[in-house]
Structure formats: C-alpha cells, structure tokens
Design a protein around this ligand. Structure first.
Ligand code: NAP
Length: 183
C-alpha cells in the first residue's frame, strides 16, 4: 500500500497561516471541517504547532516532528524528521500534515491533496503557506462560508488534487522513503 500525503491548512489572501505562535483568527466552521477530515487518521505536525495546540487531539494519532532527542510529551509519537514521521505511518492509507510553516514547506512537494481553507481577508501574521504551482493542481471541491459570530471572516473550503505525481522524497534522507517501492 502506498501512503498518500494530504496537507490541510487555513490560509489568508496574503498566505498568512499564523501569528505569535497561534492562529490569527477564530473560524469555528474551519475547526469543524478540520475535525471531520482528520478524525480517525494520523496527523503530523511540527513541534511549535503541537505546543500551540498543547495536547494530543482526540481520536487521532499525533506525530510531532522535533530535532530534540529528549522531546517526549505524553500521548503523542515523536519523529526526528518528516521522513521518519511518514515511515512510522507507513501502514496508513493516508496521513495528514497539519502544519506549521516549516513542516508545510517540507511536505507540500510530497503531497497529493491539499485541503485548503481560503480565509477571505488580508491578515497580519508571521507564518505563511508556501506558494504552489497552480498548473500542477486542480480544484475538485469548493464551498463558501459566510462570516458570522463564530467565524471572523468569510472563507472558501477547497480540495485540490495534484494533476501529476508528487515528488519522491530526497533519497539522501537518513530515513528510508515510505513512498517508494510499495505496491
Ligand atoms: N493556519 C493553519 O492552518 C495552521 C496550521 C498549523 C499551524 N499554524 C501556525 O503555524 C505556526 C507554527 O509554524 P512554525 O513554522 O513556526 O512551526 P512548526 O512547523 O509547527 O514547527 C517547527 C518545529 O518543527 C521541528 N522541525 C521542523 N523541521 C524539522 C526537521 N526537518 N527535522 C526535525 N524537526 C523539524 C522543529 O522542532 P524543534 O525546535 O523541537 O527541533 C521546529 O522548531 C503557528 O503560528 C501555528 O498557529 C497554522
């Protein structure tokens, strides 16, 4: 079985995804979407995103990526690299990379799906989602959501599928590539 990598992110019009270690908005509909999509699956995140959430999310297996060899918060798995995290999840049909910026940058070239929430606002922030080649992706689902008392901004929920195969991870990686040589 080949594990598919999906990225899930909420991004403002200026590509902002975070500010001061947290989300720069409250979007209840987006949190519900995140829960519905990721529940029952493995989620992979950077150490800073994990600390901003502060706990393992229920009904998911959480893998936290850190270079700290003694990092071991309870209730999560810790991996020393994205490749190591994906190796741990190699028996999963699909894994979700859930941020933040550092991990998205490493994961996007390997991803076959992006669950994107376009936050329809320009928002001040210090973390950004990387640009992607729009010719390499097509939007297969889209729905709009209004702002209201539980949602700071209007947003658009999109699912993007990669038109061609994602890149293979770097073969010089110290950990074997879970995406190759699987049938
Ligand atoms: N809008 C969204 O959808 C969304 C989603 C998630 C997060 N965010 C936001 O994004 C921000 C956090 O993003 P960030 O870029 O600062 O941090 P991050 O990607 O969450 O975590 C960075 C940490 O991951 C570890 N790491 C990164 N690359 C590694 C590698 N190759 N090998 C081993 N460990 C590695 C390092 O941990 P150590 O320092 O422990 O070694 C690094 O400090 C927050 O503001 C958060 O709210 C937004």
């Amino acid at each position: 079985m080949k594990t598919q990598l999906a990225v899930i992110v909420a991004m403002a019009e200026n590509r902002v995804i975070g500010r001061d270690g947290t989300l720069p908005w409250h979007l209840s509909a987006d949190l519900k979407r995140f829960r519905a999509i990721t529940t029952g699956h493995w989620i992979v995140m950077g150490r800073k995103t994990y600390e901003s959430i502060g706990r393992p999310l229920p009904n998911r297996t959480t893998v936290v990526i850190s270079r700290q060899t003694d990092y071991a918060p309870p209730g999560v798995l810790v991996a020393g690299s994205l490749a190591a995290a994906l190796e741990m999840a190699a028996d999963q049909e699909r894994v979700f990379v859930v941020g933040g910026e550092q991990i998205y940058r490493q994961a996007l070239p390997l991803a076959s799906t992006i669950y994107l929430t376009r936050v329809q606002a320009t928002v001040a922030g210090d973390r950004f989602f990387p640009a992607w080649d729009s010719a390499a992706w097509r939007v297969v689902q889209q729905s709009d959501h209004s702002a209201d008392e539980k949602n700071d901004y209007p947003s658009s929920f999109e699912v993007l599928e990669r038109v061609c195969q994602p890149e293979e991870p770097d073969e010089t990686s110290v950990v074997s590539n879970p995406f190759s040589h699987r049938s």
